[in-house]
Design a binder for this molecule. Structure first.
Ligand SMILES: [Zn+2]
Length: 91
């Protein structure tokens, strides 16, 4: 799952995580930035009440669907199979 994380007024960063909890993803993100977790990052940066971090899942990202055939598994012509995914419809 891909997420977009940004600090208030900042540029969004793309971050990939296997976690489905937004709080866990923020923890991982802050850990990669060198903090022990999200709360520690807020504290270090001087945000004690409100986190400056924003996060959202990138909805359009669908792992597993073949881009070439959009998941149908069919090739360009009738009766053929997609050469990219070999007809499985998955990337
Ligand atoms: Zn395909």
């Amino acid at each position: 799952m891909k997420y977009e994380i940004w600090v208030d007024n900042g540029v969004a960063d793309e971050f990939e995580s296997a976690s489905h909890s937004l709080n866990d993803v923020l923890d991982e993100y802050c850990q990669e930035a060198g903090y022990s977790d999200h709360a520690a990052a807020c504290e270090t940066l001087g945000f004690t009440d409100d986190s400056p971090f924003n996060i959202r899942a990138i909805e359009s990202y669908e792992p597993g669907i073949c881009d070439a055939c959009n998941g149908s598994g069919e090739g360009m012509h009738d009766g053929t199979t997609c050469s990219t995914c070999k007809g499985r419809g998955e990337a």
